[in-house]
Ligand binder design. Sequence first.
Ligand SMILES: CC(C)(COP(=O)(O)OP(=O)(O)OC[C@H]1O[C@@H](n2cnc3c(N)ncnc32)[C@H](O)[C@@H]1OP(=O)(O)O)[C@@H](O)C(=O)NCCC(=O)NCCS
Length: 174
Amino acid sequence: MVSICACYQQYSPLCAITAGKVGSLLYDISMGKISYKLVANDRELKGAFQVRRQVFTEEQGISENQVFDDHDREALHIVVKDGERVIGTARVLFLTANQAKLERMAILKPFRRKGIGRRIVFFLDGELRNKHVQQVVLHAQSRVVAFYKSCGFQELGLPFWEAGIKHIKMQKQL
Ligand SMILES: CC(C)(COP(=O)(O)OP(=O)(O)OC[C@H]1O[C@@H](n2cnc3c(N)ncnc32)[C@H](O)[C@@H]1OP(=O)(O)O)[C@@H](O)C(=O)NCCC(=O)NCCS
């Protein structure tokens, strides 16, 4: 088992990789100022990992060694912040020069169903277009397929099991 702290210490150098470009979109919603940005420092990365752990490990019961892996070193990490508090996250892996995979999308429970998840996807669409990515793929948990459809993804192929949860592959052209 890898603890969050160990994981954070292990992966903290990756901030140097992800800090290159920091996009930021601001939306004023009922909770206050919500910002969407690429991880720019160790504090934000730690916040992202805490959200990921809370949602996938504590809420969904997925083991930490499935939630955190070596891909965190090369991934692009995104955070959503309510003021200084990280309340959502996702990561992107670059599979080829023009194809990326969206993973580990998580919003803290009290902040769901307010349009934040969809804004993460649209924020990322812009970032990835700037990097000449043409196609985004993901493995969607079956119960959130409607969410990804609302973000422009389409189902592909048959359902399969991953981390003990039913998933289906989805893709979107940018
Ligand atoms: C999935 C998740 C990221 C969605 O984020 P969110 O901020 O709640 O989603 P949004 O508010 O942006 O929703 C956008 C649209 O998707 C729909 N939607 C959101 N969650 C949904 C769900 N669980 N089931 C069905 N539809 C859903 C919304 O109704 C909304 O459509 P509308 O605008 O027409 O009403 C969030 O629920 C979450 O973190 N879940 C736990 C972690 C998880 O399962 N991650 C996905 C792993 S594949």
